[in-house]
Each structure stands twice: as C-alpha cells, then as structure tokens.
Design a protein around this ligand. Structure first.
Ligand SMILES: [Zn+2]
Length: 185
C-alpha cells in the first residue's frame, strides 16, 4: 500500500509530518524499532492541521527503517536518494566524519518539490545551514530515549524506549541547488 499525498492548501505535506489530531503518545512495542518498546504516537494522518516541523514519531521510524521517502512515503529502492539536513559530520561518531541525521531521505524530485514549497528550507539552503547530499550508502540507527524524555512524551518514566530513527550517511556526494532543482525537469 502506498501513501496518499496529502496537501495543506497547495503545499504538499510530508508523509512524516504529524497532524494536530495525532497529539497522543504512548509506549508500545514497535515493528519499526525491531519490536522493542518505543515511544509511539496516535496515527490519524490528515486529521486537523499539519505540523511541518514536527515529525510523527511512528511514521518517522517507519520511513527510515523501511527506506521510504520523507515526502511521498514511497520506497527509495533503486532511486537517487537525497539528504536535506542540518546535520554536520560528527567526529565522535563510530566512524569519524559520518553524518547522523533525523531527517529521512528523499527522492530527487521530492527533494526539489520540498525545496520549492518550504520557505524555511529554501532560506536554510541559501544560507548554507542545510546541506544537499546525494547519498550512495547509509544505515539505520534507532535512538534510545532516557526516562525523562519518555516521561515528557507519555507520562511514564520508562528508560531505554526507542525514539526517533536516524539515518547514518556512510557515502555521499555534496550537491548544490542547481543540481537539486535540475531534477524537476
Ligand atoms: Zn518521494
């Protein structure tokens, strides 16, 4: 089953964006976190208004663990994979200078659409705060939350629950805006 593209006005809403009608968190075993206890979120995509800056906890893990696109929710298999992320290389990562990002990867076209419709993305790209990368190798990590974070989300101080998934970039090419928007053709 593929995700239906939802819009808010004329703006395409990323598959991973949460909606105001989904403001309820709980602890449960999550198939997108290898079956471990995770911070999960009520799923009612399309109800209320989209929260562009707030990725849905469960869909964010789904997209990253299954290799789906942040915007359209369809598979990235055999597609050019694009990272639009604030993440910088981390010297303390398991491998020096790997990139660890919470933003899911995108199809080339979906990245171009996102850059065209999202004012903050456009501004951050222009200012160099967001890097455009064509990703050739990556792996998935699941962040574990401490009991304070679990308490904030769910009201239960459960240590070690799975939180957001992260994409660890292992190999990529740095790209520019011309390359990104050239993909819209
Ligand atoms: Zn896509």
């Amino acid at each position: 089953m593929s995700a239906l593209q939802l819009f808010f006005g004329a703006v395409p809403v990323p598959y991973t964006a949460s909606w105001t009608g989904e403001d309820d968190f709980f602890l449960a075993r999550c198939r997108y976190a290898a079956g471990q206890v995770a911070i999960c979120q009520k799923e009612s995509r399309g109800s209320g208004k989209p929260l562009f800056g707030k990725p849905h906890m469960t869909r964010q893990r789904e997209v990253i663990s299954k290799g789906l696109c942040d915007l359209c929710g369809r598979t990235l298999k055999n597609s050019t994979k694009v990272s639009l992320s604030h993440a910088r290389p981390q010297a303390k990562g398991a491998r020096a200078l790997d990139i660890l990002q919470v933003e899911p990867l995108l199809h080339h076209l979906c990245a171009a659409i996102s850059a065209r419709h999202c004012p903050s993305l456009k501004r951050d790209i222009a200012q160099g705060a967001i890097q455009i990368r064509q990703v050739t190798r990556h792996q998935v990590q699941i962040a574990l939350m401490d009991e304070i974070a679990a308490m904030e989300f769910t009201g239960i101080a459960h240590p070690g629950a799975a939180g957001h998934a992260k994409v660890q970039l292992l190999a990529w090419k740095d790209r520019d805006l011309a390359w990104l928007t050239g993909g819209e053709g």
